[in-house]
Design a binder for this molecule. Structure first.
Ligand code: ADP
Length: 437
């Protein structure tokens, strides 16, 4: 560069000297020099103008203008930079195209939004699954296109550990599983998976269980009816029949309880039992259940204490809550030896409302606790013959709590008793109406 610069300088000096000498020849050396400077100035301006034009419209003509001397080198340098830039731009574009092509080929819908949820980019599957339109929806808030309060709550909560289920706003027969990830500057990458097939299979399973339970109920009612008649006339029956009839009645009763629980569970799962926005007086409900529990305890004489905060009621379905609380309280009676203590509390704090049942019973090994709410899971399978439980109680509790945005906490150790706590969020609490005398 240094070399060409000095060559260029020499060329200019030679040019000016030439003009000066020609001027001197004609007797006007200064005019000659001025003419030389003017020619040089005009040439420089022409080169600057060409450069300016090329910089303004670099794409009109891929090559930078050619020239000689320093200007030629400037143009060459710029040309090389321009080519390198174009090359990396093409490379980047190819990569972007490939990513977009592969994302477009995905069966899952993929959507990118900014932090406010404005639509930035989405693939073809998202168009098909969610009904977005390429020409009009860019920049639109996603909540205008997916009008679901549950989706908005999920989007805003920023807790995306679990996916959410959503019916497609464009095609209601399509069931989607939505998973959001945060990236960049609080932007969102939303993946919508078509889980319609899985949903249908799950639905079929639920319907099957519910239908079988309903179908079994009628014959069982007939059998129980006859068994009752036989039991009433036991005195006339031969002695070896008496035991058989007694056992059959007992088993028929268990089956009835099982069918009742299965039907209830199916209803809870299918959402057939809707959560009313009715208010449930949990205190009164617990008192009622505890008095039934004392009757169940009977000769076993469990001491059942209650500690009920009266200030708050709960938004929720009273029947569902009764099933859940009864299961927990009756379990405490079942799994606590005669004379044991059971303490039932209903209280509220900053986190929400809580219903706790603490017993001094046999307790549970911690390894079983995570699986207790599974259907027919029993910590001690040998015991259920004596307790006569259906094995569905805690599964029912789990579903009722799910329907009430609640969670179940279980604290227990073998021999140390157990504590079952139902937690409800603050949004479910309401002030108890003031009693008027
Ligand atoms: P089950 O009809 O067998 O009681 P549940 O679903 O109600 O079915 O309970 C599941 C299992 O959890 C029970 O089989 C029992 O092993 C355990 N369990 C539930 N409650 C208690 C409790 N209060 N104390 C000890 N074990 C309990």
């Amino acid at each position: 560069m240094q070399h060409s610069w000095s060559r260029y300088l020499r060329l200019i000096i030679a040019l000016l000297l030439g003009f000066f000498l020609v001027g001197l020849w004609f007797g006007y050396p200064l005019v000659g020099l001025t003419l030389g400077l003017s020619v040089y100035l005009v040439w420089t301006l022409v080169q600057a103008r060409r450069l300016h034009h090329w910089l303004q419209h670099p794409d009109d003509d891929d090559d930078a203008p050619g020239s000689i001397g320093l200007w030629g080198e400037i143009f060459d340098g710029l040309h090389r930079m321009h080519q390198a830039h174009q090359h990396s731009r093409d490379l980047l574009q190819t990569r972007i195209n490939r990513v977009q092509e592969s994302t477009n080929a995905m069966r899952d819908g993929v959507i990118m939004t900014d932090a406010e949820g404005n639509m930035e980019w989405w693939n073809w599957s998202a168009e098909y699954l969610l009904g977005f339109r390429r020409d009009t929806d860019r920049g639109q808030p996603i909540h205008n296109l997916i009008r679901s309060p549950a989706f908005k709550a999920y989007f805003d909560a920023r807790d995306y550990r679990d996916p959410m289920d959503l019916k497609s706003p464009a095609k209601p027969h399509i069931h989607l599983q939505i998973q959001i990830s945060l990236f960049g500057d609080d932007d969102r990458l939303i993946v919508a998976k078509d889980v319609t097939r899985l949903f249908q299979l799950e639905q079929m399973r639920r319907d099957f269980v519910s239908n079988v339970s309903h179908e079994m109920r009628t014959p069982l009612t007939v059998i129980s009816g006859y068994l009752e008649t036989l039991s009433d006339n036991m005195d006339d029956a031969p002695p070896r029949w008496r035991r058989a009839i007694g056992t059959m009645s007992q088993q028929a009763e268990r089956m009835e309880a099982l069918i009742t629980d299965l039907i209830l569970l199916a209803k809870l799962e299918t959402g057939e039992q809707h959560i009313d926005d009715r208010v449930t007086d949990v205190g009164a409900l617990i008192r009622q259940i505890c008095s039934d529990a004392r009757a169940v305890s009977g000769e076993n004489q469990h001491v059942i204490e209650t500690d009920i905060g009266e200030r708050h009621h709960l938004f929720g379905d009273e029947n569902q809550l009764r099933s859940a609380f009864s299961n927990i309280i009756f379990n405490a009676v079942k799994y606590t030896p005669a004379g044991g203590n059971i303490r039932v509390r209903w209280y509220t704090d900053r986190e929400g409302a809580h219903m706790s049942v603490k017993d001094s019973g046999i307790g549970i090994d911690p390894i079983h606790i995570p699986r207790l709410t599974e259907r027919f899971y029993r910590a001690d399978p040998s015991r259920h013959q004596q307790t006569g439980g259906t094995g569905l109680g805690l599964a029912i509790v789990k579903h009722v709590l799910l329907n009430h945005d609640g969670t179940l906490e279980i604290n227990s150790h073998p021999g140390d008793g157990s504590e079952f706590i139902c937690h409800f969020p603050r949004s479910r609490i309401t002030e108890a109406p003031i009693e008027t005398a």
